[in-house]
Design a protein around this ligand. Structure first.
Ligand code: PEP
Length: 277
């Protein structure tokens, strides 16, 4: 993995110019993580509602729907002719085999997925996923052409101990281990402070921006500043219509991974609108 410290040598004004110029190249990416919600009928209903409410141009922004596995095929059919893109919430790193209950990358591709969420904190906390496992999954996803949305973030206890940067740093080094700069540029990183997920308590725009800036700087140190500037970094954790605008205005916040608020067309649409501002 190349280690260059270009950023270190740039003057403050050059850094600003560089950031501004490259920022224009990063699309805003809004992803809805439906988690374990919506059966087939409800899937159809939500997508039909979204077709009605998202009645505006998305420009360069991308909107991803990540329903449960059982809804992927139906969702794929329902989003035909719309700008929505499809993602899954998890996958195994093997193509096939005796892995009862698991879903392979090949299956996701055949269901029409282009994205896959990996290492969500619920998978880490409830199902014991480690950085090592997430790294295996990320490499596999990239090798078959799926774009991984790789989740990282600290717990409340870790934030209170003031070790957020250490935690995020260990997670990033682990999940990106041996992934080339070319592939890292394709990845979406999702900074999701665990204390903000599903709690209604979001990070303030400044708290989130500080960590996003740290993540970009770290990727710059591990790869190059050029690579770091291309990586889309989403914020996730109680994103709602009321806070989306301020969060998405931050220079290093390139989108949102939305849980609860993506389950209703009105609130998800309002968040998408905020990203276009
Ligand atoms: C999530 O599931 O990734 C998430 C951020 O959930 P919520 O928006 O409900 O906090």
């Amino acid at each position: 993995m190349p280690r260059r410290r270009k950023f270190h040598y740039l003057t403050r004004s050059l850094k600003k110019q560089y950031t501004t110029r490259k920022n224009l190249m990063r699309p805003k990416v809004i992803a809805g993580n439906w988690k374990m919600n919506k059966d087939l009928l409800e899937t159809e209903g939500l997508i039909n509602d979204l077709k009605r409410t998202v009645n505006f141009e998305l420009g360069s922004a991308k909107v991803l729907l990540c329903p449960p596995f059982t809804s992927l095929s139906l969702a794929k059919k329902s989003i035909e002719g719309t700008p929505f893109l499809l993602g899954a919430q998890n996958m195994h790193y093997m193509d096939e085999g005796a892995y009862t209950g698991e879903i392979s990358p090949k299956m996701l591709l055949s269901a029409g997925c282009q994205y896959v969420i990996l290492g969500h904190s619920e998978r880490r906390q409830i199902f014991g996923e480690t950085n090592e496992l997430i790294n295996k999954k990320a490499k596999k996803a990239l090798s078959v052409g799926l774009i991984p949305i790789i989740c990282i973030g600290e717990t409340l206890e870790e934030r209170e101990k003031n070790i957020t940067e250490q935690i995020v740093s260990v997670q990033i080094k682990g999940v990106l281990k041996d992934i080339s700069s070319q592939d890292v540029e394709k990845c979406i990183m999702a900074y999701e402070p665990v204390w903000a997920i599903g709690t209604g308590k979001n990070a303030t725009p400044q708290q989130a921006e500080d960590v996003h800036k740290f993540i970009r700087k770290l990727i710059g140190q591990l790869y190059s500043w050029n690579t770091a500037e291309k990586v889309v970094i989403q914020y996730g954790g109680s994103v709602k219509p009321e806070n989306a605008g301020d969060l998405l205005l931050q220079p290093n916040i390139d989108g949102a991974l939305v849980g609860g608020a993506c389950l209703k067309a009105d609130s998800f649409t309002a968040i998408i609108k905020a990203a276009l501002r």
